[in-house]
Design a protein around this ligand. Structure first.
Ligand SMILES: CCc1cc(N2CCCCCC2)n2ncc(-c3ccc(F)cc3)c2n1
Length: 253
C-alpha cells in the first residue's frame, strides 16, 4: 500500500522551507477521504471528522493559492453520499454556510473565484442560497478558481452533457458527426476550467470513485494513506513535487 509521509517525516518537512515550485499542475482535484475513520480512531462522532475535514480543506485552499495553482476542484459531496444517515447529510449540507461565514472575506482578499459542479438544484434551499451568494460575491474575481463538487458524479455529468448535445442537435444548434473531444469538454460542468493535471486522494483508497472521469483521462494520480483531516500543506507540496518529477520524465524519449 502506498505510504505517504509518516508523522515524523511530515514534521521534519514542516521545518524545511519549501523551495519554489518550477513545474506545477494548473488544476488539482482533491478526493478528501478519511474523515469518518479519523473520527473513529479518536472515539469521536463522524461529524467531528467532517468538521476537521473542513478545517483541512481551508488550509488546502490557502496552500494551493500560495503555490500558484490556477484551479482546485474539491469533491465535497458525491451523488452516492445521499445514502448516508439523514442526520449526517443534514450536517454536511450546513458546512458550506459554516465555511463561507469564516472564509469568504479571505477568499475575496485572495481574489479567488468560487464555482460549483454537480446537480446543485437537488441541495436543500438554504445550501443553494449559500451557493448562489458565494458565486455572486466572487464572480468578478480573476485569481485562483475554487470549484466545489456538490451532489456531483462523473457519470451523471457525462449523461447530462449527452442530453445537452442531443438537445442542441434536435434544435439545429449542433451537427451529428462533428462532435470532437474539445466540443465534449464544452458540454461538461467543468467547461472553461484549466485541464485537470493532478488528482490527489487521501486515506489509502486507490480509485477515482466517479470523480472527474472524463477530465482525469490524462491526469496524474497521487495517493496517500494520510486521512484527509491530517492532510497538510507539506503533503500537498510533496504531491506537487512528485507531479513535477513525473512531468520531467514525460519529456524523456
Ligand atoms: C456539502 C458537503 C460538504 C462537506 C464538507 N466536508 C465533509 C467531507 C469532505 C471534507 C471537507 C468537509 N465540506 N467542507 C467544506 C464544504 C463546502 C462546500 C461547499 C462550499 F461552497 C463551501 C464549503 C463542504 N461541503
Amino acid at each position: 500500500m502506498f505510504k505517504g509521509f509518516g508523522r515524523s517525516q511530515r514534521a521534519s518537512a514542516a521545518a524545511v522551507e519549501q523551495p519554489a515550485l518550477d513545474v506545477k499542475p494548473r488544476h488539482i482535484g482533491l478526493i478528501m477521504d478519511g474523515n469518518g475513520r479519523w473520527a473513529q480512531k479518536r472515539g469521536l462522532p463522524r461529524i467531528a471528522g467532517h468538521h476537521a475535514g473542513m478545517l483541512a480543506m481551508k488550509e488546502a485552499i490557502r496552500a494551493c493559492d500560495d503555490f500558484g495553482i490556477e484551479c482546485v476542484t474539491l469533491y465535497a459531496f458525491s451523488t452516492e453520499n445521499w445514502k448516508r444517515p439523514a442526520a449526517e447529510v443534514d450536517y454536511l449540507m450546513r458546512l458550506p454556510e459554516q465555511f463561507f461565514r469564516s472564509e469568504i472575506d479571505e477568499l475575496v482578499r485572495r481574489n479567488v473565484r468560487v464555482r460549483f459542479i454537480g446537480d446543485t438544484a437537488r441541495l436543500p434551499a438554504h445550501t443553494q442560497e449559500t451557493v448562489r451568494r458565494a458565486i455572486q460575491c466572487t464572480q468578478h474575481n480573476t485569481g485562483m478558481i475554487v470549484n466545489f463538487a456538490l451532489n456531483y458524479g462523473g457519470r451523471m455529468e457525462i449523461v447530462a452533457a449527452m442530453e445537452r448535445y442531443a438537445r442542441e442537435v434536435m434544435e439545429g444548434r449542433a451537427t451529428v458527426g462533428q462532435l470532437t473531444e474539445a466540443t465534449c469538454d464544452r458540454y461538461l460542468d467543468t467547461a472553461g476550467l484549466p485541464p485537470l493535471d493532478l488528482v490527489i486522494r487521501t486515506s489509502g483508497e486507490i480509485r477515482l470513485s466517479n470523480f472527474l472521469l472524463w477530465q482525469a483521462a490524462y491526469a496524474e494520480l497521487w495517493f496517500t494513506d494520510v486521512l484527509w483531516p491530517d492532510f497538510t500543506r507539506d503533503d500537498l507540496y510533496q504531491a506537487i513535487c512528485d507531479y513535477a518529477k513525473r512531468k520531467r520524465r514525460f519529456g524523456a524519449i
